[in-house]
Design a protein around this ligand. Structure first.
Ligand code: ARJ
Length: 436
């Protein structure tokens, strides 16, 4: 099989056997990164130890489409050690770590991913579907969508189930289910408490600022830092920007979320107002066209604009280009646009998620919980399937018992102890007569 795109055939990618990565000689470097992540992901490593013995996935194929990072590598290799044959592609053109991809390829993972893969993005996804997977693991729904639109027979009659990692993907999934267009059951891993309450808040908070700093090296203290969206991700970003000394401003469409932000100490205003005063802008909404032409037109000279939402549609880059007389790359992931009157606006990472494009994504410690949830979701799918259950075709919630399990294992691994209710206390909280 040949790589369709010229760029990919030449310098961008090297195809050896059943994988396609940029440069297999980076494997050693990638292995060091994966070892490092493993040492910080004890919950997932515990699952690996347990299920490498029983191999519940033996004889089954899993296709995944999720950022190829050192943390994802720990998930992939855990699935493989639990018996699965794994096929993988990246879920964003700018988030693959080429060294990690090489290390995975060397280990026998069928991986189709390389950094800056804009042209062959869907080609890579389709190579993982060609393997006829039994399970799919998504971040952003691109794999599920491709299977449903182009491989209907597989979706209807072959695939047992899937999982989805992120808020935006779960939205897409629910829209698909509501339209009667979902053909196999999918776990909404994002909605597990031990995912969104940690990954989305603390993970996004730290890694987004990390990305902004790596792409610009600007001082955050004293800057007006505008976060669009005060959901789980946006609130994490605003919280961390505030901790770094920025004057934090949030924009919202939800009155409740805006009020929460206000009581956290952030200023609340519309984007029309914020555009005039912001020094750094970060979108975290999951909605398109948050920053458009009229906003760019009112921005200060030197304003920095970036996005940490899943898709690159939150900042309207065509609008920015349409009012710019020139642009140039200042440094990796930092593009300068000069407007007609000479004002400069800096767009980071092409408006793609800054934390993965310019930094390394969320730290391993937090991905430990997200990916333990992913592993357990797939374990549940395969066990339910093997037991002969007819799993209803719907978007499924992660059961609270799984959250409890992930959280208590995480605490145990950190040697943290918690209290337990006494019998007397249990009686008390269940007694409707208890009071003054
Ligand atoms: C892999 C990561 C990492 C990382 O869980 C996060 C989420 O919901 C995503 C939206 O696309 C990104 C995903 N994520 C964040 N950091 N996936 N490795 N280090």
């Amino acid at each position: 099989m040949t790589i369709p795109n010229k760029k990919a055939q030449g310098t961008f990618a090297e195809k050896v056997g059943d994988y396609c990565v940029k440069d297999i000689s980076l494997a050693k470097e990638g292995r060091l990164l994966i070892d490092w992540a493993e040492s910080r992901m004890p919950v997932l490593m515990g699952l690996r130890e347990k299920y490498s013995k029983t191999k519940p996935f033996a004889g089954y194929k899993i296709a995944g489409c999720l950022h190829v990072t050192k943390e994802t590598a720990v998930l992939i290799e855990t699935l493989a050690e639990a018996g699965a044959e794994v096929y993988w592609s990246g879920c964003n053109p700018l988030s693959t770590n080429d060294a990690v991809a090489a290390a995975l390829a060397e280990k026998g993972i069928h991986i189709f991913a390389w950094y800056a893969n804009h042209e062959d993005f869907y080609w890579c996804i389709e190579r993982t579907i060609d393997a006829k997977p039994h399970l799919t693991l998504d971040d952003g729904c691109d794999l599920i969508d491709t299977v449903h639109e182009k491989y209907k027979e597989l979706a209807n009659n072959h695939i047992i189930g899937g999982s989805e990692e992120t808020t935006t993907g779960v939205h897409r999934l629910r829209a698909r289910a509501a339209a009667g267009q979902l053909f196999y059951p999918v776990y909404a891993v994002n909605d597990a408490e031990t995912k969104w309450d940690f990954d989305n808040v603390y993970g996004t908070g730290q890694s987004t600022l990390d990305g902004i700093i790596r792409a610009t090296s600007v001082l955050l203290a004293g800057k007006n830092f505008v976060t669009a969206g005060h959901g789980h991700c946006g609130s994490g970003v605003a919280k961390r920007a505030k901790a770094m000394g920025s004057n934090t401003i949030i924009t919202e469409i939800s009155a409740v979320a805006a009020l929460k932000g206000w009581l956290e100490g952030h200023e609340v205003m519309t984007m029309d107002e914020a555009a005039k005063v912001g020094d750094i802008f970060c979108t975290a909404t999951g909605v398109k066209d948050i920053i458009v032409k009229r906003h760019f037109e009112s921005m200060k000279d030197g304003a920095i604009v970036c996005n940490t939402g899943h898709y690159d549609s939150e900042i309207n880059i065509d609008d920015l280009k349409s009012i710019s007389k020139s642009n140039r790359t200042i440094r990796p992931n930092c593009e300068e646009y000069v407007l007609a009157d000479g004002r400069r606006i800096y767009l980071l990472a092409e408006g793609r998620l800054i934390n993965l494009a310019a930094a390394e994504g969320h730290p391993s410690e937090v991905m430990d919980m997200s990916f333990a949830n992913q592993f357990m979701a797939h374990l549940s799918l395969i066990e339910r399937y093997k037991s002969g259950e007819n799993i209803p075709i719907e978007v499924m919630e992660i059961p609270p018992s799984q959250d409890e399990n992930v959280a208590s294992t995480k605490l145990e691994m950190m040697n943290l102890k918690i209290d337990a209710l006494t019998e007397e206390q249990i009686r008390y909280i269940n007694d409707y007569n208890a009071g003054t």
